[in-house]
Design a protein around this ligand. Sequence first.
Ligand SMILES: NC(=O)c1ccc[n+]([C@@H]2O[C@H](COP(=O)([O-])OP(=O)(O)OC[C@H]3O[C@@H](n4cnc5c(N)ncnc54)[C@H](OP(=O)(O)O)[C@@H]3O)[C@@H](O)[C@H]2O)c1
Length: 246
Amino acid sequence: MSKSVFITGASSGIGRQLAFEFARRGYRLALGARREDLLQSLQAELAGQFSVAVEIAPLDVTDYPAVRVCLQQMADRLGGLDIVVANAGISYGELVGCGEFAKTQKTFETNVLGACATLDAATELFLARGSGQLVGISSVAGFRGMPGAASYCASKSALTTYMEALRAQLYERPIQVTAIYPGYINTPISRNMDSRPFVIDVEKGGRLIADLIEKRVDRAMVPRFPWSLVARLLPLLPTRVIAKVD
Ligand SMILES: NC(=O)c1ccc[n+]([C@@H]2O[C@H](COP(=O)([O-])OP(=O)(O)OC[C@H]3O[C@@H](n4cnc5c(N)ncnc54)[C@H](OP(=O)(O)O)[C@@H]3O)[C@@H](O)[C@H]2O)c1
């Protein structure tokens, strides 16, 4: 039987593109997001182009118990899950100390706890089954805190560290942990930003990420160049340089 993949945040951007990529590669799909109408039209579009099973479910990753239930239901419907991609994420670009703490809270609830809830439930499934691949969509933003993006950068840093620990916990088990660090990819999350250096289109981003998942890498920047260089440089730059980043 073909492999199956569950993707959170599949209604838009990278998650949506990954759905097309994996459908094209013959995978069976389980797709979750809050906007069910977008998932329904995505399901119809996929059915028109590919003959693969596509299950959809309304899912808010900040409803942590519901994440576990959803994963279990999707596994039952597809006869097991091989890959789980914790992709759902938000970015507000709020400023600290300017009355925007609610956005900071929501960012951590979604990007950190929502991703952890997804990976925790997936790990439970994979431990019971004896195999699987956990994928987390982190970000190069996690390598250095940027002004105007404190909670987003910190949330991605937390996810990155969580995944490193998870990989160590699962060492010697047949469960792969793949951490993806995209640079700028042209999706709604970043469309209103003033500057998006080295931005790539979502078709290319989705293709590169799907390739990396299929290669079962431990971790990778997307695209590798120039972000693997930038990621090394970022922690070395003095704060006076970082302070000027828009
Ligand atoms: N695009 C970039 O430049 C870039 C760079 C680095 C990392 N990333 C990461 O890539 C991931 C995908 O982002 P994107 O670029 O594809 O942005 P996007 O187009 O805005 O998509 C975000 C997705 O996350 C879902 N989502 C948000 N909150 C959710 C929640 N509480 N529960 C369930 N789903 C939720 C949204 O679906 P609903 O609103 O329908 O729930 C949507 O499908 C994010 O984790 C982001 O941080 C993106």
